[in-house]
Design a protein around this ligand. Structure first.
Ligand code: GAP
Length: 538
């Protein structure tokens, strides 16, 4: 399974490059780790995703749990903000990952990605000076590492490349490097143990002891300088999330936009995190785009809004094509919750089974009840205090609203659309077909004159010029028709219209359906209505 998924991912990455979806950033200079560029088709795909989100969230939002259409407004705040924002949000001090380096191999990994097989007893790990660690496994395969729990103990289910020194059988039993079952609990190695005994814990890469550093904090925010001087005072951060731009503008918007709780503010924009181990194509990047909603509610309605947003966001991802069993909703365990969510209704992740996480899942969007943590923090740090509270005129009540935050990644979303669309099909000349949902497809339709003569290019050209006012369509006159279909299959164009000899006499053309390969004839004058019906006009 893991091998099959790896080769599928290799094929997807190759297709993304070949057909101009995604390139490595600065490729001509050897690239830069954790940064990706979108080529012409990838740009269209990602833009379709963001436009659909903006349309369905800001411009044409659905009705909420009370049957009323949601009150939503958009925002476009800056990437660099006053540093105090990040002190208030907790990012300046708390946005840290404890990192451990292997001094010999220079490999770096997150301390909380280190798991140990404690052969004798899991509980003994934290006691005394005796270190009962027998085997260490670092989750070098990242999201491929899946831990499940039975009888209160954690076990490793599938760990891909992480299983250099141990593997697991089909029933999930951990095997040692000789393939013998190990009756042992697998547990995260806590930071305290590593600090006490870093020199006795074997490196997950080489199994040598004495080569690991103690866990060290590593702030994920990128720094830069504002103005001519490059000193401590002029230092600023690139935002690690778009959310804080919304909280910082809460007062501006409530003062100027006639919004009333419950209402939401939404923003799409770049975020930057100096991820220690960027990997899995665009999944964990250092520069990425978020699509975030901060939905402000009365504290007493938190449970109701939290469950409504969970369902609504899950249904939205399904509506744009992630319909298969590859999508799942997962509620966080209490001990996983972010500091701000500990007291709230909960946090859930909408997860997608990417080929590199399979059989596990990777996060696509988080839906969190952030309580009133952020607004209270900004009230305190800005000195505005109660002035940042919301005032309900009807009830004569002043309070800090609670927040439900559905926070999605546009790059992970785009990658999920690509993975979902990818289908090997040896029966087609292209060998592969991308079955994008028509609303997401980068090219909506292709127009082919069968031959480059007899007036066919002129008819095709007229149709092309008309359709492109509404949709991204392409006209292609080169090569034989089979090759042209193959090109469109590979980039996931749902419909191809071919103008042939019959068109010259009866003004009909052939429509070819990408998914079924069915063909039918319709009048040229019906093409616009056909596309509006199948795709819509946005
Ligand atoms: N404001 C809350 C917040 O930022 P998060 O779970 O850290 O929460 C939200 O990020 C979403 O942003 C994730 O679900 C994911 O889709 C995306 N994301 C986070 N880190 C990312 C990274 N390094 N590369 C690509 N996308 C990322």
């Amino acid at each position: 399974m893991a091998q099959e998924s790896a080769s599928k991912m290799d094929k997807i990455v190759a297709l993304c490059r070949r057909r101009a979806f995604i390139f490595q950033s600065s490729e001509i200079y050897g690239g830069i780790n954790g940064f990706w560029d979108y080529g012409p088709l990838g740009t269209e795909l990602k833009r379709n995703l963001k436009n659909a989100w903006w349309k369905d969230i800001v411009q044409c939002p659905p009705a909420g749990p009370d049957g009323e259409i949601l009150d939503m407004v958009g925002l476009d705040s800056t990437i660099i903000m006053n540093r105090r924002v990040w002190e208030a949000s907790g990012h300046a001090s708390g946005f840290n990952d404890p990192m451990v380096d292997d001094r010999e191999t220079k490999q770096r990994f997150r301390a909380d990605h280190l798991f140990g097989l404690f052969i004798d007893a899991a509980g003994a790990a934290s006691e005394g000076t005796e270190i009962p660690v027998v085997t260490m496994i670092a989750s070098t395969a990242g999201e491929a590492l899946e831990v499940f729990e039975t009888n209160g103990r954690k076990w490793l289910k599938e760990a891909g490349a992480a299983m250099k020194i141990a593997s697991c059988g089909p029933d999930g039993i951990v095997l040692d490097h000789r393939g013998a079952p190990v009756k042992a609990a697998l547990a995260p190695v806590d930071g305290a143990l590593l600090r006490r005994a870093a020199d006795r814990v074997p490196s997950p890469f080489t199994q040598k002891t004495g080569v690991l550093t103690e866990p060290r904090q590593f702030n994920l925010m990128f720094k830069t300088f504002v103005g001519a001087l490059q000193d401590e005072d002029s230092m600023a951060y690139l935002r690690p999330e778009t959310a804080q731009g919304i909280f910082a503008n809460f007062r501006n918007v409530t003062d100027t936009c006639r919004v009333k709780v419950p209402f939401g503010m939404a923003q799409i924009g770049k975020a930057f995190r100096n991820e220690v181990t960027p990997r899995n194509f665009t999944f964990r990047s250092r520069e990425f785009e978020q699509m975030e909603i901060e939905f402000f509610i009365h504290p007493q309605s938190a449970e109701q809004w939290y469950s409504w947003w969970r369902e609504s966001r899950f249904a939205w991802w399904q509506s744009i094509g992630l319909t298969s069993s590859n999508l799942q909703m997962r509620s966080h365990d209490r001990d996983e919750l972010a500091h701000y969510a500990k007291l709230g209704a909960g946090t859930s992740d909408i997860e997608y089974r990417f080929p590199f996480t399979a059989p596990g899942f990777g996060e696509l969007e988080g839906v969190a009840h952030r309580t009133d943590f952020d607004l209270r923090q900004h009230a305190e740090y800005s000195g505005l205090g109660d002035k940042l509270k919301y005032f309900d005129q009807e009830k004569n009540e002043r309070y800090f609203p609670h927040v439900i935050e559905p926070s999605a990644g546009a790059d992970r979303g785009t990658l999920a659309l690509i993975c979902e669309a990818y289908h090997d099909d040896p029966a087609r000349p292209s060998g592969v077909v991308m079955k994008f949902h028509p609303r997401m497809a980068p090219i909506k339709a292709a127009i082919f004159p069968l031959v480059d003569k007899d007036g066919m290019p002129e008819i095709a050209g007229n149709l092309f010029r008309d359709l492109r006012r509404t949709w991204n369509v392409q006209m292609d006159v080169k090569q034989n028709i089979g090759k042209r279909y193959a090109r469109m299959d590979e980039v996931g164009t749902p419909f191809c219209f071919t103008i042939d000899t019959q068109t010259l006499t009866d003004q009909t053309l052939t429509v070819r359906y990408r998914d079924t390969l069915a063909q039918e004839r319709i009048g040229i004058d019906r093409v616009r209505a056909f596309l509006a019906d199948k795709i819509g006009e946005n």
